[in-house]
Design a protein around this ligand. Structure first.
Ligand code: SAH
Length: 365
């Protein structure tokens, strides 16, 4: 057996004294523990890290999102200033590419105030380096609640999948929350909370009722979505959410750990593997609508990028590229827009939340 990670030792202390914790609390500790949390201690992105994201595949991704933002800004009536916020910006690549593309709308570029919501000190440093050349002032936040109040445009790529997820399991005597506890030998194990979740099934989307025994349902706190929606309604603007997951809501245990580009048991190396779970787009849309915002989509990432003109952009880049670069551009285009498990085009989806006064009818303004 491998050595327990520092966080595993700490978790044993916590679980031995306080008893089992929810899967959501476990996930929050694994990712965001102040000392040993996965995102606190490392840059997990790219070939040398644990996973690769769309902005790291190609500059085209961030560029097209920058153009989307410029279109939204015009539709908002070109407010000056406007907050361009990104949730979980990783290495800052998406924002750097978006800002470069935004230069073709100089008034938009001039109106922008960039605000990044990021918990990882390591990634904040990385973002600062990446964005230094862009020549814009950047402010960082731990949470959306401290973003400046005013018109805003928001990007969130692979952010919501990293937010803690709760799991409940249907048994013969009702729904129980899934917990993480210790077995007799002190190992981390899954367990069900003995107390049933009262009236849980009534809260499920209608098409999932009645649920079969053994069904697993996952949900997240609405806090981030509600706060974003409130701001969009009050100050104007739109948010672009790109992630993988299900629309409509569905059953299933989707919690997964990835370490060095390979899947691992989520309980195995706490703090040293990336933990994510599918995003429930229908739940995000419903929470946004409850707060008065409009929800559009989701559409697949492939469709979204094609409608923003990714094929034309690829052709432009290829026109001045070497043969090897041309091959790389084609490979990136396929990866971003293609179907199948090895590509992101159908797996990833795009949901837009907007101020109803924008009168958006589709995900593209
Ligand atoms: N958007 C980037 C990175 C995705 S990884 C890309 O596409 O490449 C997830 C990002 O969210 C990381 O930057 C991570 O540090 C950040 N993050 C995770 N949980 C967070 C939280 N609760 N609050 C703020 N940032 C968080």
């Amino acid at each position: 057996m491998s050595e327990p990670t520092p966080l595993a030792r700490e978790l044993r202390r916590i679980l031995a004294t306080e008893g089992p914790i929810s899967v959501a609390d476990y996930m929050a500790l694994c990712l965001a523990h102040p000392v040993h949390g996965y995102y606190r201690t490392r840059d997990p992105l790219g070939a040398a890290g644990d996973f690769v994201t769309a902005p790291e595949v190609s500059q085209m991704f961030g560029e097209l999102l920058g153009l989307w933002a410029a279109g939204v800004w015009q539709r908002m009536g070109a407010p000056h200033p406007v907050v361009l916020a990104e949730l979980g910006p990783g290495r800052g690549t998406l924002m750097a590419d978006a800002l470069r593309a935004a230069r073709i709308v100089p008034a938009f570029r001039a109106a922008l105030a960039v605000h990044l919501v990021e918990i990882s000190p390591a990634l904040r440093r990385r973002q600062q380096e990446t964005l230094a050349a862009s020549g814009v002032a950047i402010a960082w936040h731990d949470d959306v609640a401290t973003l400046p109040e005013g018109p805003l445009i928001v990007f969130a790529n692979e952010f919501f999948d990293a937010l803690p997820v709760h799991q409940a399991v249907k048994t013969a005597d009702g729904w129980h929350e899934r917990m993480v506890g210790l077995d007799e030998s002190g190992r981390l194990v899954r367990a069900l909370d003995p107390a049933p979740l009262p009236r849980f099934e009534a809260l499920l989307p209608a098409h999932l009722r009645p649920a079969p025994v053994g069904a697993v349902f996952e949900w997240r706190s609405d806090a981030v979505v509600t706060e974003l929606a409130r701001r969009l309604v009050r100050f104007g603007g739109a948010a672009l959410i790109v992630d993988y997951g299900h629309a409509p809501s569905a059953f299933g245990d989707t919690l997964q750990a990835v370490r060095g580009h390979a899947y691992a048991d989520p309980l195995e190396a706490p703090g040293e593997a990336d933990l994510t779970a599918h995003v429930d787009f229908a739940a995000i849309a419903a929470a946004a609508e409850r707060a008065g915002a409009q929800a559009l989509g989701p559409v697949t990432q492939g469709e979204f990028l094609r409608r923003l003109g990714i094929e034309l952009r690829a052709a432009r880049l290829k026109a001045s590229a070497t043969p090897a670069q041309r091959e790389a551009i084609d490979a990136a285009l396929l990866r971003l827009t293609g179907g199948g498990r090895e590509n992101m085009g159908e797996l990833f989806k795009v949901l837009v939340l907007g101020d109803p006064r924008l009168g958006l009818t589709e995900v593209i303004p």
